[in-house]
Each structure stands twice: as structure tokens, then as C-alpha cells.
Design a protein around this ligand. Structure first.
Ligand code: ZN
Length: 312
């Protein structure tokens, strides 16, 4: 079994409108934009990162805003819902705030004994805030969101699959433990995670496969401390028969990717070197940062990428 994984690292989704995306995750959800860069494989598109003060593993929501992609269609073989941890007693605040920000599909519910506020991000992303007692992660605050309300990081990702068996086995191999099944959803928990410790699996045998697009999760990444741990995880996965990419330099972490039996793309990402690699922590995410291989594109990108905020 793999022991090097310590919960989620980041969740990456697709969007269409960079400005609306930025406004929602900073002004509405109160996260910090910790990096403004481009998709390293398609540098004409932004890659925007939102998280806590430093972009700690387990807090980082990222988006690729492809200006022309179609809206995704929900189905199986994808992450159905991305859930964030908020303090006990804060959902009333969040409900008022999300109503004021005209956020869609608000619904209070309960899952595994926890209180949830479900909502949709502007491009249809299914998300929820979950009240968690005693989440000790230090939140980013501001924009009218105080420490008693602010998002601590991810609570979980809920996978929606046609057949959950092989993915359950994979997650157990990755260090997760099956906790319980309720209402057809299996909850797995990492006993030594970074706070973003839960993965839920919902099995819908008759449902059609998702079409990924704007509002869909592109992949989820799991955290390992460093490149040595990543190499061990890679070897263990290869030995088990998974097709895993070589390590890829993403500037702020190293990444390996593999497709899971249920269809969801998984990544294993290192906690090092982190987002302060190319700018001071006090000024993370303020200006466009480009990887060396795309640095020559700066004059073009500064013309073509829409500014994230209108200058007033
Ligand atoms: Zn990633």
C-alpha cells in the first residue's frame, strides 16, 4: 500500500470566462488568488489558482478558462461535486452571502451527519460548503469573510461513477480507508491527511457518461511531500499496472497523471516548491507569471488574455 499520499493537493476545473471565474472565487468565496499563470500545455489560456495564504496543499482550487468551450454535461466518470470545509455554525452567513451574490441552486442538506450548503459556481460547477468542527487549518480572510466563516480548504471530492469497485480498491491502495456507506454513497477517509481527507464515491450504474466542458472538474490531484515520495508512488502504481506519465515540471509542483478505472483523471503533485517560488508570499497572484518555456510569449499574452479586473 502507498503511504506517501496525504490527502488532496488541488482540484482543477474548466471554465470559459476568466474574469467571472476570478471574481467568484475571490470576491464571493473569499479565497486568495495565489497564482496567475497560463496553462503550460496551451499557453494562450490562463491557469488561475485560488487557495489559502500560501496555496497550501489541500486548499487549492484551480481553473483553466478556455474562452470558447461548451458547458459540460454532468454524468459518470467525473468528479460530481467539490466540497469545501467551513467552520461549524457558519452556513447561515454563507447562505446570506451567496444569495446576495446571486449564486444559483442553493440548497441546504445533510450528508454523513454533516451540514452542507450546495451551490453552483457561475459556469455550473457543482460545489458545496460543509460545516466541520475543529478544522485547524488557518484560513485566508478578507472581502467580508472573517475567520469564523472562512473556507479552510477542501473537505472532499465526490466521484460519480458507473462502477465504483476498482476505484475503491485503488483509493485503498493509495492509503484511504472505507468509512461507511450512506444513501448509496461510500465515504473513504485518509487517516493521516492534510485536512482535505475525504473522497466520496457515488455509483450510478445506469447513468450516461459525463461530457467534460466548462463547469466540469478536469482532474483532482493528491499531495505527496516531495519528488522522492512521488517517485515511490509512481513505481507502486506502475507495478500495479497503471499507465502513469513521467514527472512533469509545473513550476509550483511536480505532477504525474494517470486515468482511474472509473474514468476520472488523477494526478499526484508534490508540496514543493510551492507558489512562493517566483513571487513573494505578500504579493502572490497579483501579476502574470510565465514558465521559462513560455516567457517569450509575454508581449502577446499581455495583449490577448483579458485583464482579471477592470482598472477603475
Ligand atoms: Zn493538476
Amino acid at each position: 500500500m502507498i503511504t506517501q499520499i496525504k490527502g488532496l493537493h488541488h482540484v482543477t476545473s474548466m471554465a470559459r470566462d476568466a474574469r467571472i471565474n476570478n471574481q467568484f472565487f475571490t470576491d464571493t468565496l473569499g479565497l486568495r488568488r495565489v497564482k496567475q499563470t497560463v496553462n503550460f500545455d496551451a499557453p494562450d489560456v490562463y491557469h488561475l489558482y485560488y487557495g489559502d495564504e500560501t496555496g497550501s496543499a489541500g486548499t487549492v482550487m484551480t481553473h483553466f478558462p478556455f474562452p470558447h468551450i461548451a458547458r459540460g454535461r454532468a454524468g459518470t466518470g467525473e468528479v460530481g461535486t467539490t466540497l469545501f470545509s467551513v467552520p461549524e455554525g457558519s452556513l447561515g452567513f454563507w447562505q446570506d452571502r451567496l444569495v446576495a451574490h446571486r449564486v444559483g441552486d442553493l440548497e441546504l442538506s445533510e450528508s454523513f451527519g454533516e451540514k452542507l450548503l450546495n451551490f453552483r459556481a457561475p459556469e455550473g460547477d457543482a460545489m458545496a460548503l460543509v460545516e466541520v468542527k475543529g478544522d485547524s487549518r488557518t484560513p485566508w480572510t478578507g472581502n467580508g469573510v472573517g475567520a469564523d466563516q472562512a473556507i479552510r480548504g477542501f473537505h472532499s471530492a465526490k466521484l460519480r461513477l458507473r462502477d465504483g469497485g476498482a476505484t475503491e480498491e485503488l483509493l485503498k491502495f493509495m492509503g484511504y480507508e472505507a468509512k461507511e456507506t450512506r444513501d448509496g454513497v461510500l465515504r473513504l477517509v485518509h487517516p493521516e491527511g492534510n485536512g482535505a481527507d475525504h473522497i466520496d464515491i457515488e455509483v450510478l450504474p445506469g447513468a450516461s457518461r459525463a461530457d467534460l466542458g466548462a463547469g466540469s472538474v478536469h482532474h483532482i490531484a493528491f499531495a505527496v511531500p516531495d519528488r522522492a515520495a512521488q517517485a515511490e508512488v509512481r513505481k507502486a502504481l506502475l507495478d500495479t499496472g497503471y499507465q502513469v506519465t513521467p514527472p512533469i515540471d509545473r513550476d509550483y509542483f511536480w505532477a504525474i497523471y494517470f486515468r482511474t478505472p472509473g474514468g476520472v483523471l488523477f494526478e499526484i503533485a508534490t508540496n514543493e516548491p510551492g507558489f512562493a517560488r517566483d513571487e513573494d508570499t505578500a504579493h502572490l497572484g497579483e501579476v502574470l507569471q510565465l514558465p521559462t518555456q513560455h516567457a517569450h510569449l509575454r508581449p502577446i499574452l499581455e495583449q490577448t488574455l483579458v485583464p482579471l479586473k477592470e482598472t477603475v
